[in-house]
Design a protein around this ligand. Sequence first.
Ligand SMILES: C[S@@+](CC[C@H](N)C(=O)[O-])C[C@H]1O[C@@H](n2cnc3c(N)ncnc32)[C@H](O)[C@@H]1O
Length: 353
Amino acid sequence: MNTLLNKIFRTKIDIVTKLLNINMSKFTMTVNPIIGKKEWVQKPEYYDYYQEVARSSYADMLHDKERNEKYHAALKKAVQSMRDQGRPVKVLDIGTGTGLLSMMAARAGADSIVACEVFHPVAKCAEDVIKQNGFEDKIKIILKHSTDLTVGPEGDLKEKANILIAEVFDTELIGEGALRTFQHAVKFLLEPNCIVIPSSASVYAQIIESSLISSWNTLSPLNIAPGKVIIPPKKVTSCHGSAAVHDVQMSQIPQDKFKVLTEPVYVFEFSFTGEKSIEMNETFIKQVTSVTSGNCEIIFMWWDLKMDMDGDIILNNGPKWVQPDPDQAQVCIQSFMIYLYIINYFYSKNIVT
Ligand SMILES: C[S@@+](CC[C@H](N)C(=O)[O-])C[C@H]1O[C@@H](n2cnc3c(N)ncnc32)[C@H](O)[C@@H]1O
């Protein structure tokens, strides 16, 4: 699989470099650290664009070894299951990105694969990558949102698929419209008794105290030059605004910079297989027991994906202490980070055990 990934990554870089070199002006988007606004700046010709591409989220996904291996394992299991049932293997890959999961399906022996992608620049990239890997006769790429796909002899899919593979999640799980995507696919694009990868997702939470993380939601004095400091007015620093969400790599937060106040708590589950209807607007109240005294300032949240129907393959983006093998956890890049909410001070409470 490493060779496949290297090939994809290499091709992707070549394509982006080719595109960028059409005219030699090298405009780059940067964030102005003082005003926080995005702006375009012109970089010299020799500017290292490989770094830019390597930092893009598609590259993060391609480097997320655990994610890729778990999708691969679940896909191989699903293909085998269809074969065991004597059914043809018809895969639909929603949100193919660079084409990785479709190529895994081709390697696993699927009979037909339709890959759809709504973001045209990356769909074009996938076309190239798939061609370079020799899968162009096996994988049909459709540059559309999945909810616009048609089924029928003249349609995007000749017949409904019986394996859906979709990695349409962001760090907060459903921010890319995943619920609507799965709901529509199960209803219109898949046969009955199909396999959906992943089949469900569970969300977890844990309450934390951390003055470091709380400070991210507060304006601090800014040193702009020797002896020159911008001090925000008191009215601004005492107004903490609404609860804010941040994506973090847990390995980047030193362990002595936060205190865990409760055990992790399971919050709810989304099923993607269509067995249970997906509620779009649900509220849950959960009781949690404190394990130590402190200020409830932060909620860590994470999720796990059940990749197969039996629950043997689980992809978990939680902190180290909830991983089956904590020593091995988070040694490599996670494209899905843990996310945390900084609770508005108005709602934050002191708890005493
Ligand atoms: C998280 S990326 C995953 C890319 C690729 N499948 C992989 O695993 O490396 C999700 C991709 O899905 C696309 N996408 C999300 N929802 C989609 C939908 N309903 N139909 C088509 N494309 C979608 C996004 O544009 C993005 O390229």
